[in-house]
Design a binder for this molecule. Structure first.
Ligand SMILES: Cc1cc2nc3c(=O)[nH]c(=O)nc-3n(C[C@H](O)[C@H](O)[C@H](O)COP(=O)(O)OP(=O)(O)OC[C@H]3O[C@@H](n4cnc5c(N)ncnc54)[C@H](O)[C@@H]3O)c2cc1C
Length: 398
């Protein structure tokens, strides 16, 4: 494939995975990224007390084979957090026993059709278990259960149980940074793509104020950003509809510094729809709130205070250190505008149409990743899939 040029739009996990695979196959790749950093919705930060926190994607969950292979190939290590992502202790809701919770999750393995809210009503007789599981699922998906397909229970983030969770040592964005390093000057940050002219022969993209021609292109932005590019000619109706139908869950995170690193733990606020966890060796109480109603209940648009108070009430056992809470939001981030795609009943994800190429343009991103949607693993898998599609397209032209 030597001598073939490919433009990749977006330097999140999806775009970088695609770009690296294409470059390894001999393509001349240029990656355009609107932000001044790579990683997209994966963004790690070191706090003053030395702890690394994840402002975006955090948990590496069972089945993340591509992420694990990618990290190993890049010389990055995974560490076990000790946090039981799938086994949060529900608090402040109606009373519930552990047996009732286990029975609820077992009953939901065969959820049938309809919404998640309906499946819970139908299959979980215990009011306490219903409330706890509803909170857990709304938090993880960031999306209200009344409009969420019961099929979302099969998604990775909904997993229940005491399986281990991992992170990348030094921060998850180490994967993006290492991929970008391999690509070198091919990655151009602070350069948004605004227009894309395409024909059977190739593309011309407007990146910043430049016009760049290439034989093929990978769009690896969130769905709204892909839709809003000036497409010439316009995208076919089936692709526009699929992109426009993607609904996003909403989520925010909050980090409170602690005096020392406590044992790993995980606690769910049932009424306020957030959970707080600690992990091995990290002096921080991390919290994640999911769903539009959670963001409203916690008054996130007014700052971190109300939520920080709620965390201290939920976890009075932790020894909080001085220092301001750190709030991370994504709904108001112009290059994300949401947390991750949701299985909305009223507007289903059309997995096939989302991932299908249009002429010389392949589409990547977590929302195109089918059963791996919403996750880092899905972003990486989608990038590799898009790279293969571009390679096949270019090979067929020779
Ligand atoms: C709060 C939060 C918590 C999460 N927790 C987890 C978790 O624990 N585990 C997990 O697996 N996943 C988690 N995720 C999901 C995970 O972050 C995403 O699925 C994944 O990072 C998406 O990668 P992507 O490459 O598809 O998109 P992105 O990371 O969004 O990358 C797309 C890139 O395109 C750029 N872009 C957009 N428009 C343009 C344009 N016109 N021109 C140039 N560039 C453009 C954007 O700036 C962005 O960098 C979480 C996400 C959030 C927000």
């Amino acid at each position: 494939m030597s001598g073939r040029s490919v433009v990749v739009v977006g330097a999140g996990f999806a775009g970088l995975a695609a770009a690296e695979a294409l470059a390894a196959g001999g393509a001349e790749v240029t990656v355009f990224e609107a932000r001044d950093r790579v990683g997209g919705r994966v963004h790690s930060r070191r706090l003053e007390n030395g702890a690394v926190v994840e402002l975006g994607a955090e948990f590496v969950l069972p089945g993340y084979d591509v992420l694990q292979e990618t990290a190993a190939r890049l010389g990055l290590e995974l560490f076990e957090k000790g946090t039981l992502y799938g086994d949060r202790e529900p608090r402040d809701g109606p009373p519930v026993t552990r047996e009732e919770l286990v029975a609820a999750h077992a009953a939901l393995r065969e959820p049938g059709r309809g919404s998640l809210a309906e499946a819970l009503e139908r299959l979980v007789p215990s009011a306490g278990a219903r409330a706890a599981v509803a909170a857990r699922l709304a938090v993880s998906s960031g999306y209200e259960l009344e409009d969420q397909d019961a099929a979302a229970l099969a998604d990775g983030a909904a997993g229940f149980g005491d399986f281990p969770s991992h992170g990348v040592a030094g921060g998850n964005d180490g994967i993006a940074l290492a991929l970008a390093e391999r690509l070198g000057a091919a990655v151009r940050t602070s350069t948004a793509v605004s227009r894309l002219a395409w024909s059977a022969d190739g593309v011309v993209v407007r990146a910043g104020s430049d016009e760049v021609a290439a034989d093929a292109c990978v769009i690896a932005t969130p769905a709204p950003h892909a839709l809003e590019l000036a497409w010439d000619p316009a995208l076919p109706g089936w692709k526009r509809e699929a992109l426009a139908a993607v609904r996003y869950g909403q989520a925010a995170k909050l980090f409170l510094p602690l005096a020392s690193a406590p044992a790993p733990s995980q606690t769910l606020s049932v009424p306020l729809r957030f959970w707080t966890w600690t992990q091995h060796g990290v002096p921080v109480a991390s919290s994640f709130a999911g769903s539009p109603s959670a963001l409203e209940l916690l008054a996130i648009d007014q700052g971190p205070e109300r939520w920080a108070d709620a965390v201290r009430r939920l976890r009075p056992d932790l020894e909080y250190a001085d220092g301001p809470p750190l709030l991370s939001t994504w709904h108001d981030d112009p290059w994300a505008r949401g947390a991750y795609s949701a299985r909305a009943l009223s507007s289903p994800l059309d997995d096939e149409a989302l991932s299908r190429p249009v002429g010389p343009v392949a589409f990547a991103g977590e929302h195109t990743a089918g059963r791996w949607h919403a996750l880092m693993e899905g972003a990486l898998r989608s990038g590799l899939r898009a790279a293969t599609e571009v390679e096949e397209l270019l090979a067929a032209r020779v």
